[in-house]
Design a protein around this ligand. Structure first.
Ligand SMILES: NC(=O)c1ccc[n+]([C@@H]2O[C@H](COP(=O)([O-])OP(=O)(O)OC[C@H]3O[C@@H](n4cnc5c(N)ncnc54)[C@H](O)[C@@H]3O)[C@@H](O)[C@H]2O)c1
Ligand SMILES: O=C(O)CC[C@@H](O)C(=O)O
Length: 628
């Protein structure tokens, strides 16, 4: 049996109301234009809500209009830029189903037909009103005998069409619902991509955020592999609001929480989530991942990724991205500031001054100029600190387990011990890998100079806190700045408990090395973009746990993404499946690491369900996705 899809034009096919826009164009230079446009818009709105009689509303609006044929041409150009995004991207669907799609609109053919015919919709399938013009091209009225000019005109029109088969109505207004109410349509879908009217959605059989959803639920061909609003994003730890806005603009459903979640809470929350965004406090453990059936990617809205079980993510084909540079400068500036504050004992003096005690003296107060700074871990932060510290006159020494280029006049140390013996200031900037646990303990403090200034802005578990406290109390360490701790409160309500509290010349900060407006905003833009690229194109460029692969998007191609265990012959098997279905490969790239392989394949043919099933069935497949 044939099915018909009846689509409304104004605020459904296009994002705007055609008649309102025509008024805006026609009346823009008339003295009382503004008021008349506002009146027309108000009448349109009330008509859509079902609050006034349609026939009266139409008569009144056309009376207020004073438009000319030339204004219609201008309107058409404008409307071409205002087709609803999901309609526009599914152009192919309309072309393919031209016999099944009808437009029933209370708008006017004169501007509807030129817009919808570009989508392959036949003029004879457009049912709408028509203007009447005088000999000079002025609109002087409309054909009042047209069914669509009457009250309940859409109902009358649909009845007159006497369609045989399933009838689905998609629209944003009450008049669209009336066709279903009259028993002429099997289902009414409230279309909310442009406007959501409560009085209409309340009556709908189904609320459509866009056309993709309609095509998805009816298993009709669509341009996206999966409707984006079905992609759920969970953002924790108060990441910058820009991130939420970016994901929402992309059409995803986003939930933003201010705090971290513990393992049990996350196990529950993650079930329906496709993208998870966290900072340093949320642990993405193997147990959490067991519950993450829909998870495609994790974004660390920070530098560190030690809180994420990267291996398990990789084994499950879940790509992890971070923001490797966005807060680097913020940490460097804090480290420099803290070195100066500590070596001048500023916090102690400031506290005394606040209490009314005037302790003016230079004793134990020194410049950083000419002092030796030992940087442990010469990565992005360590090396930038090196440059800035040198500019302030410090002599830089660094130690890294990896061979690194010394910047400026920095001197490389061959061992951690060598650095610790040499430095007046020791600043830690190693990453948070497990092997770095207690990298600095009693033995290492023992190697340091008397009166050393010590900074840890890297990760809490790197330092043995007990040993640090002991050496601060003996005065071996003259001052310390600690921003990261082995255990950190889950939120701002939880008390921070540490033996470091109350010690003199110790700056304690609540893990805010990277917490500047600039850094958080940068991160809030950078990480979502990486995640969206991965979802939309399969690019794993800069992923911290997947083979990095990026392939330019191909026009008129479908893209298949295949993640598998790194065993011999998988690529051959993929290509065998494609060849046996006569599918031509337009582009293909494979990259592997020791454990997994990632193949992006662009193909030039419509794929069938059989191909997909066959590709998924290839032994050792971890994850398979199809894009566009
Ligand atoms: N406090 C904060 O808010 C804050 C902000 C950003 C980054 N961080 C932390 O700062 C640290 C450094 O960040 P980054 O962006 O420079 O990282 P990075 O990965 O660029 O650099 C880390 C460097 O440490 C080296 N390294 C690792 N283990 C080492 C060891 N045992 N001895 C010597 N070198 C070792 C690595 O080879 C690498 O060069 C990370 O732990 C990160 O999590 C903290
Ligand atoms: O913002 C955070 O939670 C972590 C900041 C920092 O430690 C990082 O790894 O970038």
């Amino acid at each position: 049996m044939k099915s018909y899809i009846i689509i409304d034009f104004d605020s459904t096919f296009t994002q705007v109301e055609g008649l309102d826009e025509l008024a805006r164009i026609a009346l823009k230079n008339t003295p009382d234009g503004k008021e008349r446009i506002a009146q027309i818009q108000q009448i349109t709105h009330e008509g859509m809500e079902g609050k006034i009689s349609f026939a009266d509303a139409l008569r009144e609006r056309v009376r207020l209009l004073s438009a000319h044929q030339n204004h219609i041409s201008e309107l058409i150009d404008f409307l071409k830029t205002k087709v609803s995004p999901s309609i526009e991207r599914n152009k192919q669907f309309f072309k393919q189903f031209a016999d099944n799609v009808l437009i029933i609109s209370s708008g006017f053919r004169e501007f509807i037909v030129p817009i919808v015919s570009e989508y392959g919709i036949k003029p004879e399938n457009v049912f709408a009103n028509s203007f009447l013009f005088d000999e000079n091209g002025n609109i002087i009225g409309y054909d009042t005998s047209n069914l669509l000019a009457q009250n309940e005109g859409k109902v009358l029109q649909l009845k007159a069409l006497n369609l045989e088969g399933e009838v689905y109505v998609i629209g944003d207004g009450y008049t669209d619902y009336q066709m279903r109410e009259a028993g002429l349509a099997n289902r009414f879908y409230a279309f909310t991509e442009n406007i959501k009217r409560e009085s209409v959605t309340a009556k709908a059989d189904y609320v459509l955020p866009n056309l993709d959803e309609f095509l998805f639920i009816h298993k009709l061909p669509m341009q996206v592999s999966y409707p984006k609003h079905r992609i759920k994003v969970l953002l924790l730890e108060n990441v910058h609001p820009k991130a939420k806005a970016i994901f929402e603009k992309e059409g995803y459903q986003v939930e933003l929480l201010k705090t971290a979640l513990n393992e049990a809470e996350l196990c529950e929350a993650i079930r329906e989530v496709s993208i998870l965004g966290i900072r340093s406090k949320t642990n993405v453990t193997a147990k959490v991942l067991e519950n993450a059936e829909k998870l495609i990617a994790v974004g660390a809205f920070c530098i560190g990724t030690n809180q994420i079980d990267l291996k398990t993510c990789m084994h499950k084909g879940i790509a992890v991205f971070n923001a490797p540079y966005s807060n680097t400068r913020s940490v460097v500036e804090l480290a420099i500031g803290e070195m100066i504050m500590l070596t001048r004992r500023i916090f102690e003096k400031s506290n005394l001054t606040h209490k009314g005690i005037w302790d003016k003296s230079a004793t134990n107060s020194r410049e950083i100029r000419g002092k030796k700074l030992g940087i442990v871990g010469y990565g992005n932060i360590g090396s930038q600190l090196s440059v800035v510290a040198e500019a302030l006159g410090m002599q830089v020494y660094f130690y890294d387990i990896v061979d690194k280029l010394a910047l400026g006049n920095a001197r490389k140390c061959n061992s951690l011990d060598e650095l610790l013996r040499e430095a007046d200031f020791v600043s830690l900037h190693v990453d948070g890998r497990e092997e770095n646990t207690h990298l600095i303990g009693e033995r290492e403090f023992g190697l340091m100079k008397e009166g050393v200034i010590f900074l840890n802005l890297a990760r809490g578990h790197i330092v043995d806190i007990e040993a640090l406290v002991k050496n601060l109390k003996t005065g071996k360490i003259a001052g310390a700045a600690v921003d990261v701790f082995p255990y950190e409160p889950k939120n701002n309500e939880e008390e921070f408990i540490s033996e470091l509290r109350g010690l003199p010349n110790v700056i304690l900060t609540p893990h805010i090395g990277g917490s500047t407006e600039e850094a958080q905003e940068n991160i809030g833009e950078y990480v979502p973009q990486k995640l969206i690229d991965y979802i939309n194109t399969g690019s794993t460029y800069a992923s911290v746990n997947m083979p990095n692969l990026q392939l330019p998007a191909q026009k008129d191609a479908h893209r298949l993404l295949h993640i598998h265990k790194n065993t011999a012959g998988i690529l051959a098997q993929i290509n065998q499946v494609l060849a046996s279905h006569q599918i031509n490969i337009l582009g293909q790239y494979l990259k592997t690491n020791e454990e997994i392989g990632y193949v992006i394949t662009d193909i030039d043919k419509e794929y069938s369900k059989d191909v997909i099933t066959a590709l998924k069935r290839i032994e050792n497949t971890i994850k398979f996705r199809i894009l566009y």
